[in-house]
Design a protein around this ligand. Structure first.
Ligand code: NAI
Length: 250
């Protein structure tokens, strides 16, 4: 059982029905937080019940979603200390094969919704003391062909993190991000059948394994905790060393 760094605090985690978001919510609960789990999927209610927490079925892309989420968290728990923008979708293609609807869907869900939701929830965070953690991707930090609109959105999330750290730092709100590499979740399950993906993205990982959702939850909890009290504007790769040293093994 980890040290309880979040006793008495309230966290919102988007995309928390399953995968990385579920693991982040689980970690916060283990460390004493109360959590509002938000997701498009109705299964989020079961995930929240399992954790003894509250849930909200909500599409983060919908206009006003951030205010709806904030009001649900305030009604359930009376305060909001931490926002984790984790909800996201894959399904990206190379640019030549991306129609307008795909580009719009990927940018809107993975980037624009993060800006809007954060703009609406951040006024409810304590000043000083609020914390925001965004979920970017290694695909947003280095080029990888065939994932263009997704990668551009995740690069935007990384830059948004730096921008907002500057804007909210004077209010005592810290803003950081994680950039996961290959994590085994429903989003990536089909990729394992793709030999190009396995050869280019999985085999070069220096730690010689894919990540688990809990591998991301620990760094998110660190960035949200007082252990990172002087850390803001950082995009932390959580990728088994892939970005640092992916160019082959001796
Ligand atoms: P997942 O597909 O297992 O979980 C994503 C969750 O977000 C789902 O429960 C989904 O219903 C929810 N969601 C999607 N669109 C939503 C919307 N408009 N409103 C509310 N909820 C919505 O995926 P996974 O792997 O857990 O991904 C979580 C985050 O991590 C995403 O932002 C993803 O881009 C990012 N990521 C994942 C990596 C991986 O290898 N799995 C690598 C790098 C980043």
């Amino acid at each position: 059982m980890p040290e309880k760094r979040f006793t008495g605090q309230v966290a919102i985690v988007t995309g928390a029905a399953r995968g990385i978001g579920e693991a982040i919510a689980t970690r916060f609960v283990a460390e004493g937080a109360k959590v509002l789990l938000v997701d498009l999927l109705r299964d989020v209610a079961d995930t929240a019940t399992r954790l003894g927490q509250k849930s909200l079925v909500c599409d983060v892309v919908a206009r006003g979603a951030g205010e709806t989420i904030a009001q649900a968290a305030l009604a359930a728990f009376g305060r909001i200390d931490i926002l984790v923008n984790n909800a996201g979708i894959g399904g990206s293609k190379r640019l030549a094969d991306s129609d307008d609807a795909l580009i719009e869907r990927l940018i809107d869900t993975n980037l624009s919704a993060v800006l809007r939701v954060t703009r609406e929830i951040s006024p409810h965070l304590p000043r000083p003391g609020g914390r925001i953690v965004n979920v970017s991707s290694t695909f947003g930090l280095a080029g990888y062909p065939g994932t263009t609109a997704y990668a551009v959105a995740k690069a935007g999330v990384a830059q948004f993190t730096r921008q907002l750290a500057g804007e909210l730092g004077p209010d005592g709100i810290r803003v950081n991000a994680v950039a996961p590499g290959v994590i085994q979740t429903p989003m990536t399950i089909a990729h394992r059948e793709n030999p190009f993906y396995m050869r280019v993205v999985v085999e070069p990982i220096p730690l010689e394994r894919m990540g688990e959702p809990a591998d991301v939850a620990g760094p998110v909890a660190f960035l949200a905790s007082d252990d990172a009290a002087f850390v803001t504007g950082v995009v932390l790769p959580v990728d088994g060393g892939y970005l640092a040293a992916r160019h082959g093994k001796l």
